[in-house]
Design a protein around this ligand. Structure first.
Ligand code: C2E
Ligand code: CA
Ligand code: CA
Length: 702
């Protein structure tokens, strides 16, 4: 902007300089006396010097003055403050001649740009090179100021003033308008950073350049402001550093939260142990190491035995506390670089690198015993225990999936063998698994056509008092086309594991209530797996089966094992309550095997208790007899019906009858049989009940 301003100032100043020169001429060129003197012959040279020549040099700084006649002849000349011979004009004639001609033809009073100056007479002014130097040259006619002397323009004498644009001129403009180093240059060779303006004559021919060093306010400000600026820069640097620092710390925060997210993605939130994803990663790494260095790697799958019960009875927060304690105990039993992971719920896994058999046995038995110790949760002592399945690389393979599967099989075996133990995988177990899988396939086939391969046998149940048949228990049979009759023990669990049990159980239920219609007054008991009972559809299924068959609800009994009820969730309890509301009775099967305290009997919401055959078989021992007696009296006192299962001898029968057991079931009286046989049996049934031989008291060891 400053540069632009300078250029317009310079252009203006040059124009004004020209106007001032012309205006200065008018101080004597418009004057009657001057007209007269210019025409006087010979000229009064002294007057000319005083008024038109030397005077202009002194008064207005003119360098040269010429006075021309109407024909353009020079009659007076002044150069540098001295009168010279008029022939000096020759040197300027080239430039001045055309101007004078123009003056005589145009004869108009020029407009000025400088508001202070009003031009009074016509004139011609121009920039020109005179004697090799730039100059302003101005021509003015010498006129009458009074108007008394009338002359045509072509008759007028002309006053010619020349001012060289010398160093002084430029220095003057420079100081006047703040243009540093102002000077004239023929060529526009302004140094870098300098400004210039072309001097143009009236034909717009360049006659040179006015060059100056431009006013750079920014630079000046910069210099003036340098200390402040330095301070500002320092401050800015400080602020930037601070921001950068903050940015860096944000980035670190971000990194941290990313790491945290990563940690969360790879760790279990509750225990801080590795989660499944992390475990699999670590497992693969460890397997790689194990393969490279040919060292063994043991995988332990750990499952808590009675966790679900704690969770259900004490609530999830207590369950969480328990899991945390388990995690701590696990970590305490392994070395720092062994991996402990929580795979979900109550499942844990441990990886032990470079172990020998003794070390594995050591770790496993320590874990089993540590997790077998009581846990203190919500102020109560709880026992849960753990089962462990172990697979070892390279003995059992080098593949993660393979080892996982094998550890799982071993764990399954540990649970099947009674829990709270560890089992090392054995290739034989694979056979069992394969057999189970084959069983599953076969079972599915069988279920596709239930009626052709599946049958129900009914085992009669007798009144201990009268010996009459009071009911039957429906027991599932599988008539396999190749393997023959398969017992339920062999396939019920497989069906439970694969979920087939629901369909299977439904089929049994429908079939049993249908068959029972042939045996008026008899109760039909149907076994139900906890998996079935837990399902919300179960009660509906029972209801609709009853509705379809038209069997009275009171004649149906649902048997559920004590272990199932013990481990049961609230869903099972709710289902039992709903069934009983419908009039259906519920029996607690295999009573005594579930380790529930006898005092629990009064809390159990069932109608009947079935004493497990292991207790019945033990009645020939003192503690066995005492136990059964206790069960009977406690149950009776609580209004529960009692059935003794697996009664095989007269002695057992006699004892049970004597202690007050209500009903008897066992090979002694009847084996499970097809429905037609039950019908036949009922027809043949004699009212004389079968009583223990001789009616003598049962054999007891005193
Ligand atoms: P459970 O409910 O305890 O059934 C009684 C089992 O004892 C039957 O075995 C029966 O044949 C057998 N038994 C009866 N009297 C005697 C005896 O005097 N001595 C001996 N040693 N055994 C006797 P089974 O039929 O092999 O059934 C085994 C188990 O399979 C049943 O035990 C029951 O838990 C389950 N089960 C059978 N059918 C079904 C069913 O339809 N659904 C479900 N969920 N489970 C079933
Ligand atoms: Ca049963
Ligand atoms: Ca039973």
């Amino acid at each position: 902007m400053a540069h632009q301003r300078d250029r317009s100032i310079v252009t203006l100043v040059l124009e004004q300089s020209m106007e001032r020169i012309a205006h200065a001429q008018e101080s004597t060129t418009i004057w009657d006396t001057a007209v007269i003197e210019a025409h006087k012959r010979p000229l009064d040279m002294a007057w000319m010097d005083r008024n038109l020549g030397i005077w202009f040099n002194e008064y207005a700084g003119f360098d040269e003055v010429y006075v021309l006649t109407s024909t353009g002849q020079p009659i007076y000349a002044m150069r540098g403050g001295k009168r010279v011979i008029p022939e000096n004009y020759i040197a300027v004639e080239d430039v001045a001649g055309p101007m004078v001609t123009r003056l005589r033809h145009t004869n108009v009073i020029p407009k000025t740009i400088d508001g202070d100056i009003a031009m009074l007479s016509p004139g011609q002014a121009d920039f020109a090179i005179v004697r090799g130097r730039p100059a302003i040259i101005s021509a003015k006619p010498i006129l009458s100021d009074s108007g008394n002397i009338k002359e045509k323009p072509e008759d007028q004498a002309v006053h010619l003033g020349i001012v060289f644009l010398d160093q002084d001129f430029f220095a003057r403009i420079g100081s006047q308008y703040g243009l540093a180093d102002a000077r004239y240059q023929i060529a526009d060779g302004a140094d870098g950073g300098e400004s210039s303006v072309a001097l143009l004559d009236h034909r717009r021919h360049v006659i040179g350049y006015l060059v100056w060093r431009p006013f750079a306010p920014g630079q000046q400000v910069t210099i003036m402001m340098a200390p402040v600026l330095a301070l500002v820069i320092l401050l800015s640097i400080g602020v930037i550093c601070m921001l950068a620092n903050r940015l860096a710390s944000r980035t670190i925060d971000l990194d941290e939260s990313r790491l945290q997210a990563q940690h969360q993605a790879m760790h279990d939130g509750l225990t801080g142990l590795a989660n499944r994803a992390m475990f699999e990663q670590r497992f693969d790494e460890a397997l790689g190491r194990s393969r490279r260095h040919n060292t063994p790697l043991a995988l332990l799958f750990i499952d808590l035995d009675r966790f679900k019960k704690v969770n259900d009875t004490l609530g999830h927060p207590a369950g969480d506390l328990l899991i945390e304690q388990v995690a701590r105990r696990l970590v305490a039993e392994v070395r720092g670089y062994d991996v402990v992971a929580r795979l979900g719920g109550d499942e844990f896994a441990v990886l032990i690198g470079e172990p020998d058999q003794v070390a594995i046995d050591g770790v496993c038995s320590r874990i089993v015993s540590q997790l077998g110790l009581p846990f203190s949760v919500s102020g109560a002592q709880t026992y849960i225990g753990a089962s462990i399945g172990v697979a070892i690389a390279p003995d059992h393979g080098f593949d993660r999936t393979e080892l996982t599967r094998k550890a799982d099989i071993a764990l399954y075996r540990a649970k099947a063998e009674g829990r709270s133990r560890y089992v090392l995988f054995d290739p034989e177990m694979d056979e069992d698994v394969r057999a189970r899988e084959a069983m599953d396939r076969e079972l599915r086939k069988a279920m596709a056509d239930c009626d052709s391969q599946l049958r129900i046998h009914y085992q009669p149940v007798f009144s201990a008092r009268t010996g009459a048949i009071t009911g039957v228990e429906a027991l599932l049979r599988w008539q396999h086309p190749i393997n023959g009759l398969v017992t339920p023990d062999a396939f019920i669990r497989a069906a439970e594991e694969t979920g087939l049990i629901e369909v299977l159980g439904q089929w049994v239920l429908r079939r049993a209530v249908e068959d029972a219609k042939a045996w008026p007054g008899l109760r039909v008991a149907v076994n139900a797996s906890p998996i079935q009972v837990r399902s919300r559809k179960f009660v509906d299924c029972v209801t609709s089966a009853l509705a379809e068959s038209g069997l009275e609800a009171e004649r149906l009994e649902i048997e559920i094992t004590e272990t199932a009820l013990m481990a049961a969730s609230s869903e099972v309890t709710t289902a039992l309550r709903d069934l009983r509301k419908l009039g259906i009775t519920c029996a607690l099967d295999d009573f005594g095997t579930g380790y529930s305290s006898l005092s629990h009997i009064r809390d159990i919401a069932v109608d009947r208790i079935k004493i497990d055959r292991s207790f019945v078989h033990a009645v020939n021992t003192v503690p066995g007899a005492a136990l059964v007696e206790a069960i009977v009296s406690l149950a009776s006192a609580n209004g529960l019906q009692l059935t003794a299962e697996g009664v095989e001898t007269d002695e057992q029968y006699a004892f049970l009858r004597r202690v007050g057991c209500h009903e008897i079931q066992g090979y002694l009286l009847a084996r499970p049989m097809p429905a037609e046989q039950v019908t036949a049996l009922l027809q043949d049934f004699q009212p004389t009940p079968r009583l223990p031989s001789g009616g003598s008291p049962p054999m007891m060891i005193a």
